[in-house]
Design a protein around this ligand. Structure first.
Ligand SMILES: Cc1cc2nc3c(=O)[nH]c(=O)nc-3n(C[C@H](O)[C@H](O)[C@H](O)COP(=O)(O)OP(=O)(O)OC[C@H]3O[C@@H](n4cnc5c(N)ncnc54)[C@H](O)[C@@H]3O)c2cc1C
Length: 501
C-alpha cells in the first residue's frame, strides 16, 4: 500500500498529472465566448478557402514553377483586405484581438487547402510573437501600429522573424545548443545602437515583409548570453535581400536570404539585449533568453502542429473524394473494407493532430504565454471595451519604461519554470504529432489513389511537398522530440543529461 506522499510523488513524476488533461483543467477557467469566437474564425477561413485559396492553390504553385522569382503580392493584398494581418493582434495594440488559440483552427482550415497560402498569412504572426514576447511595449506599439495602418491604407505591413543562419539552424532554437552552432550574425555595440554584419537564410516572407525581428549576437563565442533582438526595416542602409529559395513545397511563400553589411540599428529598434533585460531580472541571461524563446515557440509550434493537421486533413479529404467517385471490381471504392480501414486511420490522424494542438493551446492558456490574456476579466475587458478607449487611455501607458519592466518581471521572475516547461513540452508534442500525421496521411492518400495520387492536377502530391516542410521549420521534429524529453520527462529524472554530446 502506497502512502499519500508516495502517491503524490508518483503522480508528480512521469507522466506528471499536472502536465496532462490540460483541456479538462482549463475548461472551467476558459471564457465561454472563446468558443463562439473560434466558430466565427473558422467560418471566415472557410469563406476565404472557397473564394481565394481553393481556386488559386494549384495555379499559384504552377506559376512559381514557371517563375521561381514570383512573389505573392496579390495574395498578401487580399489577406490584408480581409484583415488577416491584424486579426490576432490584441486590441491594446490596435488589432482585432481574436483569441490566440483560434488562430490554430484558422491554420488547420486554410492549411487543409494550401499550406503555402496559410504560411503567407501565418508566418507574420511568428514575427508578431517574437516582438510581443519581448514585452518591449513602446517598440511593440510602434511596429504594430504600422501593421494596423497598413490595413487601413491598403499597403500591407508584415513582420518576418530571422534567426536561422547558414551554419546554425537547429542550434539557434535551443540555448543549450547555441554555443555549438556556427553563428556569425554579429551585433557590435556602438554609441546609440548596434552595427550588424551577417547573413540569415530561409526567412519566410523576408522579401515581402516590411519589418523583420532579427537576432544577432554581440559576442559570437558566447551567443546565449549576448543575444540581441532588433527590429529592422526594409530599406534601412546596410540591409539588403539576397535570393529566395527554389524549394520543393510551399512555393508561394518565399524563403529569403537577408544580408546585413554594417547596418546601424538604433537603440529604439532594439527589442531586447543583455543591458535592457538586466534592468528587469537578475536571473542568468541564458535562462532569460531560453524563456523568451519558449514563450514564442510555445505559441508558434502549437500553430505549426495545426498546419500539419491541416495537411493531414487535406490528404484525407482528397482520398475520401476519390473513394467516392471511383469504382473497383464493380463496386464503389468506398465500399471496400480495406479502403474504409484506411480512411478511418486517416481520420484518426486528423483528430489526434487536432487534439494535440488544442491541448497545447490549453497549456498556453493555463500555464503559458496566453495566461494573462485569457483570464476571464481580461478577456472580456479586451473584447467589449471600445477601441477608442484602448487607443486613447491604455495604449499611451505602454510608452512608459515601467510597462516593459512590469511585463518582463512577470515573465522572467514571477513565472514558474514548471509552467514554462509544460507549455513548451506540449507545443513540441503538438508540432511533431500534427506534422508527422500530415506526411503519414499524404502517403496513405497516394497509396489509396494509385497513379491518380501522383498527378499534379489531383493536388495530393502538392500537399505532400508542402507537408514535408512543416516537419522541418519551427525546429525539426527531432529537436521537438528532444524538447519534449527536456520539458516533460527529464525534470523527474535527475540523472538524465539533456543535449549531451
Ligand atoms: C520552408 C522553411 C521556412 C523557414 N522559415 C524560417 C523563418 O521564417 N525564420 C527562421 O529563422 N528560420 C526559418 N526556417 C529555418 C528552420 O527553422 C530551420 O531549417 C530548422 O531550424 C532546421 O535547421 P537546419 O535546416 O539548418 O537543419 P540542421 O540544424 O542543419 O539539422 C540537420 C539535421 O540534424 C538534426 N539535428 C541537428 N542538431 C541536432 C541535435 N542537437 N540533436 C539531434 N538532431 C539534431 C536535425 O534534426 C536535422 O535532421 C525555415 C525553414 C524552412 C524549411
Amino acid at each position: 500500500m502506497l502512502s499519500r506522499g508516495e502517491i503524490a510523488d508518483r503522480l508528480s513524476s512521469y507522466p506528471a498529472f499536472e502536465d496532462t488533461m490540460l483541456g479538462l483543467q482549463y475548461a472551467p477557467r476558459m471564457p465561454k465566448a472563446m468558443v463562439k469566437e473560434t466558430r466565427e474564425v473558422v467560418a471566415i477561413a472557410r469563406k476565404f478557402n472557397e473564394e481565394v485559396a481553393r481556386p488559386s492553390a494549384l495555379v499559384l504553385d504552377r506559376r512559381t514553377h514557371e517563375d521561381p522569382d514570383y512573389l505573392p503580392w496579390e495574395l498578401v493584398e487580399e489577406a490584408n483586405r480581409r484583415g488577416f494581418y491584424t486579426m490576432w493582434i490584441p486590441k491594446l495594440f490596435g488589432g482585432k484581438g481574436f483569441n490566440l488559440p483560434s488562430m490554430s483552427s484558422f491554420s488547420e482550415e486554410v492549411g487543409s487547402v494550401c499550406l503555402g497560402i496559410m504560411n503567407v498569412i501565418g508566418v507574420h504572426y511568428l514575427g508578431v510573437a517574437g516582438l510581443m514576447t519581448s514585452y518591449n511595449t513602446p517598440l511593440i506599439r510602434r511596429v504594430l501600429s504600422e501593421v494596423v495602418q497598413g490595413e487601413k491604407t491598403g499597403k500591407p505591413c508584415l513582420i518576418a522573424l530571422a534567426i536561422t543562419e547558414p551554419g546554425a539552424g537547429t542550434d539557434v532554437e535551443e540555448m543549450e545548443l547555441l554555443e555549438k552552432g556556427k553563428v556569425t550574425c554579429h551585433a557590435r555595440r556602438v554609441k546609440g545602437g548596434y552595427i550588424v554584419n551577417g547573413r540569415k537564410i530561409f526567412i519566410s516572407m523576408g522579401h515581402v515583409s516590411t519589418w523583420t525581428a532579427l537576432y544577432g549576437y554581440s559576442d559570437l563565442k558566447n551567443p546565449s548570453e549576448t543575444t540581441v533582438g532588433m527590429m529592422v526595416k526594409l530599406g534601412m542602409k546596410g540591409f539588403s535581400l539576397g535570393t529566395h529559395e527554389n524549394k520543393m513545397g510551399q512555393r508561394v511563400c518565399p524563403a529569403s536570404e537577408l544580408i546585413f553589411e554594417d547596418c546601424f540599428v538604433p537603440d529604439d529598434q532594439v527589442i531586447a539585449d543583455a543591458q535592457s533585460v538586466r534592468k528587469c531580472s537578475k536571473k542568468p541571461l541564458k535562462e532569460i533568453n531560453m524563456r523568451y524563446m519558449d514563450y514564442t515557440m510555445s505559441a508558434t509550434r502549437a500553430g505549426v502542429g495545426a498546419f500539419g493537421t491541416g495537411a493531414a486533413r487535406g490528404a484525407f479529404e482528397k482520398a475520401l473524394a476519390f473513394a467516392n467517385e471511383t469504382e473497383l471490381h464493380g463496386k464503389p471504392l468506398i465500399n471496400h473494407e480495406w479502403v474504409q480501414c484506411m480512411l478511418a486511420e486517416m481520420y484518426k490522424n486528423v483528430m489526434l493532430g487536432r487534439l494535440a494542438y488544442m491541448e497545447a493551446n490549453c497549456a498556453n492558456g493555463l500555464r503559458g504565454a496566453y495566461k494573462l490574456l485569457q483570464l476571464k476579466p481580461m478577456y472580456y475587458y479586451q473584447k467589449y471595451m471600445p477601441q477608442a478607449y484602448f487607443d486613447r487611455v491604455v495604449s499611451p501607458l505602454l510608452e512608459k519604461e515601467s510597462s516593459t519592466w512590469l511585463m518582463r518581471k512577470m515573465a522572467y521572475d514571477w513565472h514558474d519554470l514548471a509552467d514554462d516547461r509544460c507549455a513548451s513540452g506540449w507545443a513540441s508534442l503538438a508540432k511533431f504529432t500534427g506534422t508527422d500525421f500530415g506526411i503519414r496521411n499524404c502517403q496513405m492518400a497516394i497509396e489509396l489513389m494509385g497513379q491518380a495520387g501522383l498527378r499534379q492536377d489531383r493536388g495530393v502530391e502538392k500537399i505532400l511537398r508542402d507537408a514535408k516542410l512543416v516537419q522541418i521549420y519551427e525546429g525539426t521534429n527531432q529537436l521537438n522530440r528532444l524538447n519534449l524529453f527536456k520539458c516533460l520527462i527529464a525534470p523527474a529524472h535527475p540523472k538524465a543529461k539533456i543535449f549531451a554530446e
